[in-house]
Write a protein that binds this ligand. Sequence first.
Ligand SMILES: [Zn+2]
Ligand SMILES: [Zn+2]
Length: 362
Amino acid sequence: MPFRLRSAKLGAAPEDPRRMTSHLFEPRLVNDAFGDPGLYVDFRDERRALLVDVGDIGALAPRSLMRLTHVFVTHTHMDHFSGFDRLLAVVLGRKERLAFLGGPGFVDQVEHKLRAYTWNVVHRYEVELVIEALEVGLDGHGRRASFSSRRRFEREDDGIFEPSGDVLHDEAAFRVRGRLVDHDIPCLSFAIEEKAHVRVDRDRVAGLGFTPGAWLRALKQAVLAGAPDAAPIEVRWRDRDGEHRAVRTVGELRPVVLDVVAGRRIGYATDLRFTEANVRALGELLAGVDVLYIESVFLDRDADQAARKNHLTARQAGTIARAVGARSIVPFHFSPRYEGRAEELRSEALAAWKATSPPCSG
Ligand SMILES: [Zn+2]
Ligand SMILES: [Zn+2]
């Protein structure tokens, strides 16, 4: 029988698997780097996800699309917006709400998408679908409208959308910020920011005689929200005697908490020109992000082509990632002309990010 070293008495290393490090969400590109751009941000503990850009989303299963609550659209070039139709087809009659947020003119464009179809029976569907459209204007003020399947997706609730600064969406556990950059047309770049998270120790949970469960999430939320020690948490746990339920206070449960960690920040920047103003805007939005998804459409030797098409080269992308202090970088949105040469684009971007190559002229 193999001998196994137990290290439970030793000090816990940061990677200790007993510690339930739970990032709120897990991001992944929808397609490979040559496919349509899109980032699927999956929430770990909740049946919920966000999507940034909605081009070809054929790689996402209907189950994944059903989890979406919000779709953030950088701009409405087809490779970023054509998947609206597939998404609508999947959620229609099954989902109650879906919010879309985009840049100038976006509410009209959502309306035009919806008007392109014939809706003579949809008002009778049992599950009402309400599509909410929000747009950020050039001056930072915005507008909103909603469209209900009950009323054949007529535009309603036309009104004002007032983001606070660059915070476009704000919830207890995370926020989404966005800034307009220049892609010949205005185009949004996004920062998806987990506010902070709580790490707990499995051994300490067991030490209290409990098993992990939904109560742990409630405790984490209470800690993050700064709840007082007297705040009650309903704990449910199982042991060999079966199911139990008791009320404990945040103060009593606090010993399972190891620490509160600054939230993870994800940057998404695609479809933009390499200009000083853009680099400055991204610096304000993305300073110190943990991971930066950034377009790297052309090789730097084709910089003229990149400038004509209002895109970045891989080297320019790496230069921006370095300038904003990104802690890691995922280059994507490669031009199909480089099919089979993904590594060249990747290594050019990474070299500029690490500054192992001379700075970019441009
Ligand atoms: Zn694009
Ligand atoms: Zn574009």
